[in-house]
Design a protein around this ligand. Structure first.
Ligand code: SF4
Length: 366
């Protein structure tokens, strides 16, 4: 049953009225399935009104799984000696990035652990080599670095930077990311904005000890920092980490954070994360019907892709562009959905792919 107060709060938020911290917490803390559906439906409408029906693609190259940090929740953590480590060569990274354009991608995300081998100069070489031969937008996602690195990479041509804040709770942050402070992370995000990057951030939902109040503070941070992209994914237990004992985050809780974020931020790019698909086979499709509008195909060469194990099950679910295309064509046959869009030359996937996702998820197509 949907409470009148819940219904009204969602409706006024959908119409653009500001939500107080208490309102955010109120929307977030419902456990009523029908209220959740009201929230998801409102987010889907705001997504349609503010960013349209296209699903934007961001090709991702995971070029190194080496990391100097030791975050308790992450399979790439320094002390996970069971992980097969790799570093792609500069030539391999540039080749993978150049492969993005023929696959219909306009943006490449260069992602790695915090790997000191990739010095300021090496990353500059990468950016210049990719920019020289393509007009791809370059997003860097290589962790916390000194201000001088951010500055040099911006000057070299980097367009965007992705740095998830992970959690806005200083206590949780300190406990889960040994030796690091939330304040430093937020400072880095402010520097990136000052330097003219388009800035992406995001959080993890369902971390051990995380409360709805913590998640409400994450959403307030999204409002305060006005990010261009926000990744909201569930916590997934990695057996080779100190959090092997914990429980996975919940998909519906993740979708509630996503939906409220869509309703509040209006036109921010919100990915349907691979982690949501690991939790539930319909996870990414459900995210696309609860406010998400971005999918990130993995264009890392397959021999490396399998080792980028932030959490288990990730490699199994990453789709490269060819797989997207094949999947869409299969839907055309099976579900009778018109497949009118080729990815070549298009930065976005057309409505048909979005609808195919939703059709598969059993969501009614408008
Ligand atoms: S979350 Fe990032 S910084 Fe932390 S261990 Fe994983 S890759 Fe390294």
């Amino acid at each position: 049953m949907v409470r009148e107060e819940y219904w009204q709060k969602v409706r006024s938020a959908k119409e653009g009225q500001k939500l107080s911290p208490e309102d955010i917490l109120f929307l977030l803390s419902t456990a009523e399935r029908e209220e959740e559906e009201v929230l998801f439906g409102a987010a889907d409408q705001v997504r349609k009104d503010c960013v349209g029906d296209e699903v934007h693609l961001r090709g991702i190259v995971e070029f190194s799984n080496c990391c100097a940090q030791n975050c308790l929740y992450c399979g790439l953590r320094r002390d996970n000696h069971a992980l097969v480590r790799y570093r792609m060569s500069l030539v391999e990274i540039v080749a993978a990035a150049k492969n993005a354009r023929p696959q219909g991608l306009g943006t490449v995300v260069l992602q790695s652990g915090e790997d000191p081998w990739f010095t300021r100069e090496r990353v500059i070489d990468l950016i210049r080599a990719i920019k020289e031969d393509t007009n791809l937008a370059i997003t860097l996602s290589v962790g916390e670095r000194p201000y001088a690195d951010y500055l040099a990479w911006k000057k070299a041509g980097a367009d965007r930077y992705l740095l998830k804040h992970e959690t806005h709770s200083p206590t949780l942050f300190r406990g889960l990311r040994p030796g690091r402070e939330l304040g430093e992370r937020l400072q880095a995000l402010r520097w990136l904005r000052e330097l003219g990057y388009e800035v992406g951030s995001g959080n993890i939902v369902g971390l051990p000890g995380q409360t709805d109040e913590d998640l409400a503070r994450d959403i307030q941070l999204f409002i305060q920092y006005d990010f261009d992209m926000i990744g909201i994914g569930p916590f997934i237990v990695h057996p080779q980490t100190p959090l092997a004992w914990a429980a996975n985050g919940q998909l519906n809780r993740t979708l509630k954070v996503l939906a409220i974020t869509r309703i509040i931020t209006r036109d921010t790019n919100l990915p349907a994360t691979t982690a949501a698909g690991v939790l539930d086979q319909n996870g990414r499709r459900r995210a696309l019907s609860a406010g998400a509008n971005v999918v990130m195909p993995d264009i890392t060469p397959p021999n490396y892709r399998q080792h980028y194990q932030i959490y288990p099950g990730k490699a199994r679910l990453t789709l490269d562009c060819q797989e997207f295309r094949n999947w869409g064509r299969a839907q055309e046959k099976e579900a009778g959905i018109e497949w009118s869009c080729e990815l070549e030359g298009a930065e976005t996937v057309c409505m048909d792919i979005r609808n195919a996702f939703l059709e598969l998820a059993g969501v009614r197509i408008r």
